[in-house]
Design a protein around this ligand. Structure first.
Ligand SMILES: Cc1cc2nc3c(=O)[nH]c(=O)nc-3n(C[C@H](O)[C@H](O)[C@H](O)COP(=O)(O)O)c2cc1C
Length: 325
């Protein structure tokens, strides 16, 4: 399939694996890229720029296809060493960066001078237009369904994507709730040039996380996610569990008076143990409503091949067939 996204990134299929904390290691990114999609290493999961440089090297040993690095700009006082991370990306010869979180404007000149294409993840039309105005090459439009941070506007993709298509000139991918060939065809129909998946890629053989995480996603239905940290205007969609119930109870009890310190135990530093040791109830971890559509743990190649075959069948048989007289 050829779209503006496959052309922009030099990939075979218009499928991107979004950056995911403690999931987006070289094993997953290279598997996605080898299967013809765009794999993404999560920059900040590597504690230092030197470790990121090493992860990029490892990924390059596992694939000769294009892959990217996610840089999430956090709203924190003690910012990570972003210039160092960007140097590691540039020196590592990576040509695609997925930015997310705060406005990436400050970092765009450094990235563009190195010939790097930037796709910024946005949860609203207004942020997508801002990304276009500051010179991003593409955007990933992340609907209310998404795992992780859906923003505060709560607009689902059936509205958000066609609204983005009405306004944007640069190419965009649909993100949030994408799982299969149906998702891809729907995303294209709504004006996107491809799709970005997070949760679906965790439940694959190559995702380097504990099997408990994969099984929790397979077992979950579309009713099993919760929104946490809304009172802090840092909303995150997570899979429900004992820690999440506790966190939500604190939110109800403390109301507007709640601060980050009140929920630190449930959210701070919980990812390594959950993802690597499979301690599922330790804290809140991002997961999309799309868990309701995930019923197996295939290899990345089988998943991507299946998506592309299903998309082709839908377009050629189901949709074209409806037009036949
Ligand atoms: C476990 C997990 C961790 C994530 N970590 C990040 C992150 O560090 N940075 C980021 O930009 N997005 C992160 N995301 C969001 C994904 O990149 C992607 O936008 C989102 O998962 C899409 O929604 P979906 O899960 O419905 O496919 C994370 C998502 C999940 C499920």
């Amino acid at each position: 399939m050829k779209t503006r996204i496959t052309e922009l990134f030099g990939i075979q299929h218009p499928i991107i694996q979004g950056g995911m904390h403690y999931v987006g290691f070289a094993e997953l990114a290279s598997a996605v890229s080898n299967a013809g999609g765009l794999g993404i290493i999560t920059g900040l999961t590597q504690r230092t720029p030197e470790l990121l440089a090493n992860e990029i090297r490892r990924c390059r040993e596992m694939t000769d296809k294009p892959f990217g690095v996610n840089l999430t700009f956090l709203p924190t006082v003690s910012a990570p060493d972003y210039p160092g991370y960007i140097r590691a990306i540039v020196d590592g010869g990576v040509k695609i960066v997925e930015t997310a979180g705060n406005n990436p404007q400050k970092w765009l000149p450094m990235l563009h001078e190195a010939g790097i294409k930037v796709i910024h993840k946005c949860t609203s039309v207004r942020h997508s237009l801002k990304a276009q105005a500051i010179g991003c090459d593409a955007v990933s439009v992340d609907g209310f369904e998404c795992g992780g941070h859906p923003g505060e506007d709560d607009v689902p993709n059936f509205i958000l994507l066609p609204r983005a298509a009405e306004e944007l000139r640069i190419p965009f991918v649909a993100s949030g709730g994408m799982a299969d060939g149906r998702s891809l065809v729907a995303a294209l129909a709504l004006g996107a040039d491809g799709m970005n998946m997070g949760t679906r890629f965790i439940a694959t053989q190559e995702a380097p996380v504990h099997d408990n995480v994969k099984q929790a996603i397979v077992a979950a239905s579309e009713l099993d996610t919760r929104l946490v940290m809304r009172p802090l205007r840092n909303t995150e969609r997570v899979l429900n569990n004992a820690a999440v119930e506790r966190l939500l109870e604190k939110e109800r009890r403390l109301g507007a008076a709640i601060g980050f310190d009140d929920i630190r135990e449930e959210v701070a530093g919980v990812y390594p143990s959950i993802m690597q040791q499979g301690t599922m109830d330790l804290g809140a971890w991002s997961c999309g409503m799309v868990a309701g559509l995930i019923r197996d743990v295939p290899t990345v190649k089988d998943l991507i091949d299946r998506i592309m075959a299903e998309a082709e069948t839908i377009i050629r048989n189901r949709l074209a067939g409806m037009l036949a007289t």
